[in-house]
Design a protein around this ligand. Structure first.
Ligand SMILES: Cc1cc2nc3c(=O)[nH]c(=O)nc-3n(C[C@H](O)[C@H](O)[C@H](O)COP(=O)(O)O)c2cc1C
Length: 212
């Protein structure tokens, strides 16, 4: 199995870092091949623009410019590098804190710039016919609000699946099959005992991912 681990958190002292480190140790200890895209550490440019292509690419729409640049090998090196990592991966893990019921902007930018028309999807080549069919993906997410808030009758009036749906839909659009997410609610309520429990739980979750 070949994993791509896309990590979107700025702070090496965070709960997210602890989880990511658990994943690094798990993959290293089990000889699982993994590539990392540590978006903040890599200073990943999250802003899609015409700077993403060779200046010869003239198209009215960003997605058409992407398609042409991809076909002609005229995407910038940072996008090409992410495309290579996705191509090599069987499974993609996206790890992030829930920010405004979505991903941090840096990860949204990764979707915008890297899931290129012609590479990830194309006209008539979406969902079951998506160009990334055969790959799986999963989300590792932390929230501040407790699980009780993510209920129909809770503060947010919906379960976490509602908030993760558009992210999962984005990947499904390209043909990727989504596995169940790993969600840690109530990140503020952390102590050493809970951290140990979470590390163990995440390890078991990753074991299940690599077994598929
Ligand atoms: C800009 C921003 C937006 C946030 N939006 C949400 C939110 O929509 N729902 C929620 O439960 N927590 C929200 N939070 C809290 C984070 O999810 C929480 O701080 C994080 O999951 C904790 O993990 P960390 O310690 O690794 O950062 C937000 C935090 C920030 C900075």
């Amino acid at each position: 199995m070949n994993i791509l681990y896309v990590y979107a958190h700025p702070n090496p002292e965070s709960l997210n870092h602890l989880l990511k480190q658990q994943a690094v140790d798990f993959f290293a200890g089990n000889n699982i091949h993994v590539s990392y895209s540590d978006l903040y550490a890599d200073h990943f440019n999250a802003v899609a623009s015409w700077h993403d292509f060779d200046s010869e690419i003239k198209q009215p729409q960003y997605m058409l410019a992407q398609q042409k640049a991809y076909a002609e090998n005229k995407l910038t090196a940072d996008i090409e590098s992410e495309i290579k990592k996705i191509t090599a991966a069987n499974h993609i893990i996206l790890q992030f804190p829930l920010w405004w019921f979505s991903t941090p902007a840096i990860l949204k930018g990764w979707f915008d710039r890297v899931l290129v028309k012609g590479f990830a999807y194309d006209t008539g080549k979406i969902f079951d016919a998506g160009l990334l069919k055969g790959k799986t993906a999963s989300l590792t997410v932390t929230t501040q609000s407790p699980e009780s808030a993510y209920q129909i009758n809770g503060v947010h009036h919906a379960g976490i699946d509602t908030f993760l749906h558009h992210i999962q839909h984005t990947l499904c659009f390209s043909g990727i099959e989504m596995l169940p997410p790993y969600v840690i609610y109530g990140a503020a309520e952390m102590n050493a005992e809970r951290e140990e429990k979470i590390k163990e739980e995440y390890k078991r979750y990753l074991e299940n991912i690599v077994k598929k």
